[in-house]
Design a protein around this ligand. Structure first.
Ligand code: AMP
Ligand code: ZN
Length: 460
């Protein structure tokens, strides 16, 4: 497999630390608001990476952090307020409630687009002692200094600072707005531990007084706590390159004395009308919103597959509707062809592997899907290849295509009533049997606190 390493600025041959095993750390959500489909594009990229590696025969272990403290509203210059606390104040809830609520929403969202769960979801607030250990080590080694209960990283102490983003301190200064923090030795120094101000809700004791961690140290602490001081791939969106990942390199490499991450991979942004889709700017779509507009959430995944992960992708609902339609057609083909006679498969399988092994060239892989659909391979062979590729694509190509009609077929109303009575009598064996009987008629029944609900779907 070849991957584009942001640090090397080129496509390189991928070699994991341990042959056959791959460890991936992906920057995850800050759980202070609902995520949008832009965030999902970046997580889909990480999911495609891990599925591809598994498809190619590697054993993959992935971690994605949940940032539930310390991410400030101005992360370029490490200033402003903590995003979690802003939401807590606005929604009149505790930071813990905010984190719990939006973490659950995040989990639901990624499930909708078939992102497989990572092995680890470390929460920043569970790793505070580890962060403090790392900070103490950095102070001891002369890479960090404390002023009035706040600890700063001294970027001048780390010669490699800037190697990921190619940012220089001069450029940073030129771009800085407002007065630099007078307590910093250099304006580009970033915060590792921040003294708690008044009315601060999330506070921990530390050797430097009560406070909370900076966002960057969280990822250094969690990634190395889970994978040790050498792991294979670190992913994120391109907006994470600076300052977040530049800072992470400075922290981890200084603390451990050697490179920690083998390959840095970054996905480019999802755009909306020419601007980056962003929570703070308010120009975004949630995946649930698109679902309410009648789109299959996996149509969004389909769109994401159409663009190279390293290019910007402009989102529009028209394109999504187009993807919806094509996806449905592919599922219809697969349903028709499944079980039909198999036959020779040409070079399709190896060409698919080559495409995805070439730095996740999914546009090429999707072109192959379309070529296969129109090929003269035996229908059974076409279905088998598509279903095999779906292990990576994650488009549920084996799902029987349906349309919602909303009209109950004859006899279904009576069965629904019987089932309601069976549930009231706690006769679950009967209610399950009736559910299956209804499913055979195309009526999908789900139970909720308000009673049973049903949807009618029939094969197209
Ligand atoms: P946040 O919750 O804002 O920290 O973002 C979570 C992840 O989503 C990060 O890895 C970002 O790089 C990524 N991200 C944010 N906005 C976009 C966007 N418009 N397109 C793609 N990825 C994004
Ligand atoms: Zn991170």
């Amino acid at each position: 497999m070849r991957v584009y390493n942001t640090l090397a600025r080129s496509k390189v041959e991928f070699r994991p630390v341990q042959p056959g095993r791959v460890t991936i750390y992906s920057c995850g959500p800050t759980v202070y608001k609902y995520g949008h489909v832009g965030n999902l594009r970046t997580y889909i990229f990480a999911d495609l990476l891990s599925r591809t590696l598994e498809f190619l025969g590697y054993e993959v272990e992935q971690a994605m952090n949940i940032t539930d403290v310390g991410h400030l509203t101005d992360d370029q210059f490490d200033r402003g307020e903590d995003k979690m606390l802003v939401s807590a104040r606005l929604e009149n809830r505790s930071a813990e409630e905010i984190a719990e609520y939006y973490t659950a929403a995040f989990m639901e969202d990624i499930r909708r687009v078939n992102i497989r769960p990572a092995a680890h979801y470390p929460r920043a607030t569970e790793y505070i002692p580890r962060m403090q250990e790392l900070i103490a080590r950095l102070i001891e080694q002369g890479h960090a200094y404390e002023v009035g209960g706040t600890v700063y990283y001294d970027i001048a102490s780390f010669p490699g600072y800037g190697k990921l983003s190619r940012n220089t301190t001069d450029q940073l200064l030129a771009g800085a707005r407002g007065e630099p923090d007078p307590r910093k030795r250099q304006p580009g120094d970033f915060t590792l531990w921040k003294a708690a101000g008044e009315n601060r809700l999330q506070v921990w004791d530390s050797p430097w007084g009560p406070g909370f961690p900076g966002w960057h140290i969280e990822c250094s602490a969690m990634s190395t706590a889970i994978f040790g001081d050498r792991f294979d791939i670190h992913t994120g969106g391109v907006d994470n390159v600076f300052p977040h990942h530049e800072a992470e390199i400075a922290q981890s490499e200084a603390a451990f004395g050697h490179p920690v991450v083998g390959y840095w991979m970054h996905g480019d942004m999802l755009m909306l009308s020419g601007a980056r889709m962003a929570k703070s700017a308010g120009n975004f779509f949630r995946i649930t919103e698109l679902e309410e507009h009648g789109h299959d959430p996996l149509a969004f995944r389909y769109l994401a597959l159409q663009a190279k992960y390293r290019t910007k992708l402009n989102f529009s609902e028209e394109q999504l509707a187009g993807a919806d339609k094509v996806l449905r057609q592919v599922r219809e083909r697969v349903a028709d062809w499944q079980g039909a006679p198999d036959g020779p498969r040409g070079h399709f399988a190896e060409r698919f592997r080559e495409a995805i092994a070439d730095d996740l060239d999914f546009p090429a892989a999707m072109a192959l899907v379309s070529e296969l659909l129109h090929s003269d391979l035996a229908p059974g062979a076409r279905a088998a290849l598509l279903l095999d590729w779906d292990r990576v694509l994650g488009l549920d190509l084996g799902r029987a295509p349906t349309v919602e009609t909303g009209e109950l077929p004859p006899g279904a109303a009576e069965l629904l009533a019987q089932r309601e009575r069976a549930r009231e009598a706690r006769d679950y064996a009967t209610s399950d049997r009736l559910r299956e009987q209804l499913a055979d008629m195309g009526v999908v029944v789900t139970d909720s606190r308000e009673g049973q609900k049903w949807k009618v779907a029939s094969r197209v």
